[in-house]
Each structure stands twice: as C-alpha cells, then as structure tokens.
Design a protein around this ligand. Structure first.
Ligand code: SF4
Length: 499
C-alpha cells in the first residue's frame, strides 16, 4: 500500500475559533452544515465560477470556505476560515488554474471550527489526488474512524468528510478505479452525504441513498456543454448555468471530457429530503420540486392562517426567513401585510461580544422595530421555527417596547422536539424549548398573547409531493436512517436510549 496523507498544510495552524460556537453567540436557529459546488469546464475560469457558486451558497455555512482546482494531476488548493468574500480575492483566484474545480463553504457539525477542518479535503491516492467537499453528517463516524486508524491512516482533521476521502483512497490503492473506489467507500458510509469530488480526470457528485441533503446538476456553455454541481439552484443561477435535474438519492454522476454519466449504486434508494431545507435552510429563490421555495413558504403561511387565524391589524415576518410565510398568512387571512421589523442587512456573525447593556436591550443589532408602525397595533409575527426560544422572547419584548398592543406569534413549521443527526446543528434535545414545554407553556415563556405552530400534516401537504418523501425527524423523532446508540446518547438527552 502506498502511504497516504491528507494535504492540509502549512498555512493552516490548528487554531480554534470557539467563539462562533459559544451558546452566547449562537443564533437561535438550526444551522446549516455546508454548501458544495463543482464543475468540469476546461474552457472557463473554473476557480472564478466556483467562487461565485460558493458566494451564492454562503447562507449554508459561514465559518470557512475553500476551492481546489485540478490542472491535470496537479492540485491547487486554497481554504481558510471566514466568508467566501474574505477567503478569496482576485489574486488568490488567479493562483488556482485548472480544468475542473470543487468548492466548499462550511459550518461545522462534525469536527470543531478550525482551519484544519476547512474543506475541500485533499487526499493522495495511487491514481492521483482527490479533493472532496461534503454536505451532511455521517452517523457511523466512530466506526469508520476506527477502521481507518486500523489501516494506519494518518487522520489530520476531525471531520467525517476527510474519512470519506480516505475510504475512497483505500479502495483506489487496493486496485479499484475512481468509480469503483468511490462506490466502495459510499457503501461504508451511513448518514447524510451530498458529495462533490474532484479527481485529475473528472468530477463526481453523489447523494446518500436517502437524499437527505440536496444536490443539483446544471449545464454551462453550448459547444461543448459542460456540467456543474451545486447544493442549490441559486449556485447555478449566479454563473448563468441552466438547471438540468437533481442528483438522485444513491446516484453517482461522473462528469468528464466525455460528458455526464450516471450510476445508481444503492440497492434501496428512497427520497427523504430534509424538510427543513424547504422551510428555512435553502434560499427562497432556489428551486426544489419544480418551484421556488418562496412559493412553498408562502403556501405554508396560507395553511398557517387556515389553521390558526387571529384578528389583528398587521402581520409581518421575522426577516428574512419568515417573510414569505407572513405574506401567505396575510393573503389567506385578510390581515394587512406590513413591515414591523427592519433588518440590518450588513451584519454578519460578530466575534465581538456586545456589552451587557446591549445584550439586555435585546436583538437590535440585527432587527429594529418600527415604532410608528407598531404603536397600539394588534400584531401577528410569523417565523419559520423556534429552536431554543431565546431570540423569540427578546423579539416579543422589543415589539411590546415599541408599543404593540397585542403580539400573536405564528410559526410556519411544527414544534422542534428532536435534534438532527444528519448535518444540521439543532443543539441537544434538552436545549429545544418544545422538547420540554407545551405550546401553552412556550407562549407563557415568550410572553405572547397567543402562539400557534403549523401542523405536521399541513407542512407536508403544502409540499404537493408524496408526504413520505421527506425527513421530518426533528418534529417527530422518526429518524429515517438508524442512528447508533452511542451517537443518539450524545443528543437525545431527554429520551431513554437503550444500549
Ligand atoms: S432531522 Fe430535521 S433538520 Fe435533520 S435532516 Fe431531518 S428534517 Fe432535516
């Protein structure tokens, strides 16, 4: 066996960046894991197109970003902590020539937020290097890690993504070609994985057999047509690529000079797309199931109004993710739509702790209530979800301080009662307000006049798809992929886990 090591390097000291993960500084929302992007297009500036693809996918992860390009067998890699626009500039992109590229933007769900864990993960093999970008989370990481350590792999990072790259390398070094090596590795992985993998000869894309995380195929150019992979269609739109279709659950697409080839490697594929992608994570202008998520989210709002109408003077959404549902609520209920909260669009996640006074004053670094709009009004405020409830409580207080006479909260998804193990950071179960409190108790804690969530049936029916074709485990605890007991114990703190 040839020695294998991961190309990390040099410029990536193992510096922790824990401030982003402290409870104090964390947004009160589930956080997306990653965005992935890749393309084969020798006629184009692949690094620049990948940069813009990642730029459009920035909402999927804001901790680190990276691009790897292949110039024949030579790999050019740049990755670092920060937003896409902070990690790259023109001169860095000029140092990334090549025929094909993969890119990644990351929020850490496995492995801490450190430079060394930034992706793509680059690993050497008998046939040359691979660069792998992963969206999702494996549930058998411990087992895979043990197996790879026993095979004397020098695991450099703490991510499951690097382990997938090593599993491919192990198969390739044992004699498999790229496709067989990748498929052998995918069979060793359990959990959620949408992958984009660059090799010296082409780019692969795959989704796990449940298709938990999205991955779409687009085309660029006409003579010849070239293929692009992106977590969402907004990554295609930004570079002028045309949406072709989704990568299917358990499918491997192989994009080379010859075009696109498809292989179905799973015996039991099923559709279990994360419903939270539809409700909140993915951008509203991204298309899933042949329509924009903006349209789906408006329907959620209409359904919410049908299920939990309330007399009010104005309805508005928590910017930005609550806005489409608030518009739908207004359309169905007849309550006037307006703007009651203005978002500071230029704030990102801050590394500077606010002063105690600022913290107590609430949420106003990001959202500021419009006093003259709210004074004396009966207000309906629509949000896409409540996780811990800390931000919602501050928001309600800010609306009351601004003069709202009544505050009615409407949520365009059911109560989040279970943690996610498939690549979304939803805290441990004991941190989820709806895991321990009834809706009435939550309403009391948030100090609202009324609170209502959308029903689980309403959320799924509004998709206009087969309601069995989604994962909705964080609302039900019905996990579509079995989770090892040891992993369950780490998050299902309120439930008796049988070992
Ligand atoms: S558990 Fe929830 S957040 Fe996780 S994949 Fe399923 S629906 Fe999505």
């Amino acid at each position: 066996m040839i020695p294998i090591h991961s190309v990390t390097s040099d410029e990536y000291p193992e510096q922790t960046c824990n401030s982003t993960n402290s409870q104090e500084n964390r947004p009160d929302k589930p956080e997306e894991a990653c965005g992935v992007f890749g393309l084969y297009a020798p006629e184009q500036d692949v690094a620049k197109l990948t940069y813009f693809g990642l730029y459009a996918l920035q909402h999927r992860g804001q901790e680190s970003a990276g691009i790897a390009t292949f110039e024949g067998t030579k790999v050019h890699l740049h990755k670092d902590m920060g937003l896409v626009s902070q990690v790259f500039n023109e001169s860095i992109l000029e140092e990334l020539p090549g025929n094909l590229a993969v890119g990644h933007t990351r929020y850490s769900t496995t492995g801490s937020s450190r430079r060394v864990n930034a992706q793509p993960a680059v690993v050497e093999t008998r046939l040359g290097s691979i660069a792998l970008a992963h969206n999702g989370n494996l549930v058998n990481t411990m087992q895979l890690r043990e197996e790879l350590l026993q095979s004397n792999f020098n695991l450099v990072t703490t991510t499951d993504s690097e382990m997938i790259a090593f599993a491919i390398a192990e198969a390739v070094n044992a004699g498999a070609d790229w496709l067989d090596g990748a498929i052998q590795a995918f069979h060793r992985c359990q959990g959620a994985f949408s992958l984009v993998i660059a090799t010296p000869v082409g780019v692969m894309g795959t989704r796990d057999p449940n298709g938990i995380r999205p991955l779409v195929i687009g085309t660029v150019g006409s003579n010849p047509v070239r293929y692009v992979l992106s977590s969402e269609t907004c990554g295609l739109d930004i570079i002028g690529a045309e949406y072709l279709r989704d990568v299917e659950p358990g499918e491997l697409v192989w994009i080379t000079e010859e075009g696109l080839a498809s292989y179905h490697w799973s015996q039991q594929p099923q559709r279990k797309l994360c419903i939270f992608e539809m409700i909140y994570f993915a951008r509203p202008d991204s298309v899933m199931h042949n329509e924009s998520l903006y349209s789906y989210r408006m329907r959620l709002g209409r359904q919410l109004a049908a299920e939990s109408f309330v007399e009010a003077d104005i309805v508005f959404g928590v910017p930005d993710s609550g806005i489409p549902a608030a518009i739908g609520f207004s359309q169905a209920s007849g309550v006037s739509y307006g703007e009651g909260l203005i978002k500071n669009r230029y704030v990102g996640r801050t590394f500077i702790q606010p002063t105690q006074n600022m913290r107590e004053s609430g949420i106003r670094m990001k959202l500021n209530p419009l006093k003259d709009v709210l004074a004396g009004k009966r207000v309906v405020i629509v949000d896409d979800s409540i996780v811990r409830g800390t931000t919602s409580r501050k928001l309600v207080k800010a609306l009351r301080d601004a003069g709202a006479a009544e505050v009615h909260m409407r949520i365009s998804s059911p109560p989040v009662t279970h943690p996610c193990f498939y690549g979304i950071d939803t805290d441990t179960q004991d941190q989820l307000i709806a895991a321990t409190k009834s809706v009435a108790e939550i309403a009391q804690q948030l100090e609202v006049n009324s609170l209502a969530y959308l029903s689980w049936e309403g959320m799924l029916t509004a998709t206009r798809e087969d309601t069995n074709s989604f994962c909705s485990a964080c609302f039900t605890g019905d996990y579509p992929i079995a989770i090892p007991e040891q992993v369950k114990r780490s998050k299902l703190i309120l439930e008796k886990v049988v070992v």
